[in-house]
Ligand binder design. Structure first.
Ligand code: HEC
Length: 194
């Protein structure tokens, strides 16, 4: 069947094709007029059905390309490592910078460097123990001797791991494969606070 279009009397609209919705309105008007003229309303209604099923079917298809893509909106939760490093950074900035400095290089003769520290890199577990229980020994760090006391800095193993892993990554170039975990420090005892 050929596509049927209805010629609209020229009203200067520049368009001479009738769309289905217009056809319906047109048909209803016709129905009213025709019933006045005592023409069978049923035959006009049938004509409407035929007209609307022949024309403009494609216009009614829904465009789905504009629907939001819900999967792209989902945000990625930070990993356990990212969360630990964020905690470590917070602790370092709150508690350690005053002595070991923002760049981790310490103060020569008083506070040893934690950045590229041969002493820390040789035994990171010892570093965890030192921030948990404090340290007062004579130590040589990168060729300099230090013997000032460091008091206990954190109260839990989670905090100690977070700040030491942060120092290892941020100031010593360690990657995550060399990070310490709770399993590595099960034997470390937290000494009672004075
Ligand atoms: C009041 C100053 C002070 C603060 C605050 C402090 N430290 Fe220390 N830190 C020292 C001193 C002094 C030593 C040397 C201790 C010794 O000789 O036994 C030291 C030693 C260390 C060492 C071992 C030596 C080295 O440089 O590798 C590490 C690791 C360390 N501190 C990490 C930390 C971390 C992490 C924090 C924060 C949670 C911290 N320190 C806070 C003064 C401080």
């Amino acid at each position: 069947m050929g596509r049927k279009v209805t010629k609209w009397p020229d009203k200067g609209s520049g368009r001479d094709v009738l769309y289905p919705s217009e056809m319906t309105i047109f048909a209803i008007t016709l129905t009213k007029v025709s019933s006045m003229k005592k023409i069978s309303a049923l035959s006009i209604s049938l004509a409407v059905i035929v007209l609307s099923s022949c024309g403009g079917g494609a216009d009614r298809q829904t465009d789905t390309s504009l629907e939001p893509d819900h999967e792209k909106v989902t945000q990625k939760a930070p990993s356990a490592i990212e969360a630990q490093l964020a905690l470590g950074e917070k602790i370092y900035k709150e508690k350690c910078v005053v002595c070991h400095q923002a760049d981790g290089k310490g103060v020569k003769g008083a506070f040893p460097p934690v950045a590229m520290s041969d002493y820390l890199q040789a035994d990171p577990r010892r570093g965890v123990e030192q921030v948990l229980n404090g340290s007062h020994v004579e130590m040589v760090v990168n060729g300099e001797t230090y013997n000032q006391p460091m008091t206990a800095q954190v109260d839990t193993k989670e905090e100690a791991l977070a700040v030491i892993n942060y120092v290892l990554k941020n100031f010593n170039g360690f990657d995550e494969s060399k990070f310490l975990s709770l399993d590595d420090i099960t034997d470390i005892q937290i000494k009672p606070r004075e």
